[in-house]
Ligand binder design. Structure first.
Ligand code: ADP
Length: 714
């Protein structure tokens, strides 16, 4: 089908925009979805492989919806993808369609988004907008959920289900378009959403999937097997592809393995790059130049790179962009990347089909994860075919891999909503936002979830337990819960949020976190810095650090702070190990706000800069919530919390707070200036020459300009 045939649905101007983008002919799945009624207002679940053009399908549906006066919400699976989609959709501005995105702080409404026709955000942020009563969200007439199969995720799936249920409750006519990877029970998702299901295995490039054992590569495609001899293991598999002008994506099990593989293969990649990579190698050192960053930079200079959760966001983006533009030839990633950004490569090599899970060690990946990794093989329009190769070590393993992964089907996806942590988090919000005023209506609300669709019942027993817990914590009130009516049914009791419960819901924290904050504030008038940091780390919303074999110092240090801490379990109790891990995390934050060098903190706590950044960002959000609850109670610790919030944000001691407020002055520059005696905005203005000498002319001009408002220094 030619794009020009769409004129009657989306206007000649819109067609022109597509043509200018180089899209003239629709891919077969796009054409078939249109024939199934994409331009009607039917709900759709579209389950097709990666790179087969799902985004364009969503764009066409949204353009049509907006032309008819609607407003669209586009849910992305990762924060980092919001800006990418925003750039992609901004071409529609030419016909007046305004796009906006927000992934920032919780407890905000971003009312400016009301002017946008397409709003891009994550499921958590969209749920937070609902909790904070953003007025525009009620006007949404169409919601697109990218990677809807993530409903299966233990961590994030429940938010997606509840968000969809809430949106349908607000507007029963809302149109839902779910975009999914190919999964066996996609008809269940479609059934839940009363949607038309479209599935297809079509891909823009052919995919060959294979195994590599003792120099022998077997590649399967359309029931046939091609055999090829390639001597020299991983190195040879990479070299062959590069010599032919391709790029390679390697998956390895752990961060450490990904890094060492990237270093090893840089010997091969180096002859495929010149000095065009130097700029990228320098860019990844801009924000941090510790050991990991140096290693990454060295790899990039030779044309390879690694990609894992320990990288800073800026480094990840630099590496992704450089790989997309074919500057970096080989990227070695941990399995996390399989569900993330779109980084296709001609050859995907799965060096290990295991992933590292805390407390479990190395576990085999799911078939769906394998399919997503393999699906990255082949850049549409650039590579003749894509090849996904698993490296195996024995004939037995080879057979297992062929059966399980290459010829296997992915697992069914399953709702994870019944987990108590998720239930309490969502039930508090359902009550706070007025979706349920008694037990019956709460249970009815759950009939809108995927959990209910799959199981045929609401988790009433668990709901009751959670209600009692929320009541005990002071977040809701219940009346007549034990009431039995004439039909012998129990329930029907009224449910109402307390003011504190509403606040906790809006803050988007686990109710248990809210309770820990409330309880600590109720019990203690004075809290030391360490006690506050430890309180943040005790909450289920904080990612805590592991205690390792050589971490005896944590116990010794905890003992020193024994009298300051608000919680210190017995050494013999089961909670003690958790406590040590929480305390270790608090100490990591303490060093951060005491201005210990970032790289020293990373090496002492055995983490990467990306981990430290995540810990400090979570702590910043939690201390904000802690402060809001302290405000609510008018607690004396409020002003201390305000200061600590800035200190966590910037990693500074108290005395630098004034300087850090000036844009352009970071942790290191503030310290340099302060030590010289420049301690306020006035000092900066009075000592311009010295400022310039201390931090360089360019920065000095920028900073002085920030204060005075002068932007032109020429
Ligand atoms: P998916 O979301 O299914 O993974 P995308 O929507 O990102 O895939 O599409 C993959 C690539 O194919 C994008 O670069 C997109 O611009 C391009 N594309 C989509 N549809 C067409 C088409 N009809 N003709 C040419 N290119 C297309």
């Amino acid at each position: 089908m030619r794009v020009s045939e769409l004129e009657e649905y989306i206007s000649p101007f819109s067609v022109k925009i597509l043509e200018d983008r180089g899209i003239r002919e629709l891919f077969p799945p796009q054409k078939e979805v249109i024939e199934l009624g994409l331009f009607s207002r039917k709900n759709f679940v579209i389950s097709i492989p990666t790179a087969s053009g799902k985004t364009l399908i969503a764009e066409l549906a949204m353009v049509r919806e907006i032309m008819e006066g609607g407003k669209c919400l586009y849910i992305v699976p990762l924060r980092a993808l919001a800006s990418e989609k925003f750039e992609e959709f901004s071409i529609w501005e030419k016909i007046g369609i305004k796009t906006g995105y927000s992934v920032g702080d919780y407890e905000s409404k971003d009312e400016w988004l009301g002017e946008c026709d397409i709003i891009i955000t994550t499921s958590e942020k969209a749920d937070s907008f609902l909790r904070n009563s953003a007025s525009w969200i009620k006007k949404i007439s169409c919601i697109v959920v990218d990677e809807i199969h993530l409903i299966d995720s233990f961590k994030r799936g429940p938010v997606l289900e509840i968000l969809i249920a809430k949106m349908r409750k607000i507007n029963p006519d809302i149109r839902i378009i779910g975009l999914s990877a190919t999964i066996p029970n996609s008809e269940e998702i479609a059934g839940w959403l009363d949607a038309e299901l479209y599935t297809s295995e079509w891909r823009p490039t052919e995919l060959y999937e294979g195994v590599y054992l003792r120099n022998r590569l077997e590649l399967f495609h359309n029931g046939e097997c091609r055999v090829k001899r390639i001597d020299g293991g991983l190195d040879a598999l990479i070299a062959e592809c590069l010599e032919d002008g391709g790029q390679v994506l390697v998956f390895d099990s752990t961060r450490r393995n990904a890094e060492s593989t990237a270093v090893k293969i840089s010997k091969i990649t180096k002859k495929f790059v010149g000095d065009e990579v130097d700029e990228i190698a320098n860019a990844v050192l801009e924000e941090n130049d510790g050991d990991m960053s140096k290693k990454l930079s060295e790899c990039i200079k030779k044309g390879s790179a690694f990609h894992h959760a320990g990288l800073l966001n800026s480094q990840r983006k630099t590496v992704e962009d450089a790989f997309k533009s074919n500057l970096i030839k080989v990227l070695v990633a941990t399995p996390t990347l399989s569900a993330g950004v779109n980084l296709p490569a001609r050859r995907v090599i799965i060096k290990s089909y295991h992933r590292f899970e805390p407390n479990l060690g190395n576990v085999p990946i799911k078939v769906l994860e394998y399919k997503q990794m393999a699906g990255r093989a082949g850049r549409p329009g650039l590579d003749p075919v894509g090849e996904a190769i698993v490296i195996v070590r024995s004939s037995k393993e080879k057979e297992k891999v062929i059966q399980r992964f290459i010829h296997g089907t992915p697992e069914d996806i399953e709702s994870k909503l019944k987990v108590e942590k998720h239930l309490r988090f969502h039930i508090l919000s359902i009550i706070s936002e007025g979706f349920a005023k008694d037990f019956r209506s709460l249970s009815d609300f759950f009939s809108l979830t995927f959990f209910f669709y799959q199981n045929g019942i609401a988790p009433d027993y668990e709901i009751k337990r959670v209600l009692n817990q929320l009541e005990n914590w002071g977040f809701i009130t219940q009346e007549n819960l034990g009431f039995v009516n004439l039909a012998g049914e129990t329930g029907g009791g009224g449910l109402a949020p307390t003011e504190l419960g509403k606040l906790v819901s809006k803050l988007y924290i686990d109710p248990l976190t809210g309770f820990i904050f409330y309880d600590t504030l109720e019990k203690f008038d004075d809290l030391s810095e360490v006690a506050i940091l430890h309180t943040l780390c005790r909450t289920p919303d904080m990612e805590t650090l592991y205690i390792r074999k050589y971490d005896d110092w944590v116990e010794e240090l905890a003992d020193k702070f024994r009298n300051e801490l608000t919680y210190f379990p017995s050494e013999l109790s089961t909670e003690y190990d958790w406590f040590l891990s929480e305390f270790k995390t608090a100490m990591c934050l303490y060093e951060w706000i005491s201005e210990v060098d970032e790289d020293l903190v990373c090496s002492r706590y055995n983490i990467s800069p990306g981990d430290l950044r995540r810990i400090t960002e979570t702590a910043e959000w939690l201390i904000y919530s802690f402060r809001r609850i302290a405000n609510f109670l008018d607690h004396p610790v409020q002003s201390e919390l305000v200061k600590l919030e800035s200190r966590i944000k910037y990693g500074i001691k108290d005395e630098l707070i004034d300087l850090i407020e000036v844009k352009g002055i970071g942790r290191a520059r503030a310290r340099k200036l302060y030590n010289y005696g420049i301690r306020s905005k006035e000092d900066l203005l009075e000592n311009r020459a010295k400022v310039s000498e201390l931090i360089g002319k360019k920065w000095a001009e920028r900073i002085i300009g920030e204060i005075t408002g002068e932007k032109d220094f020429s």
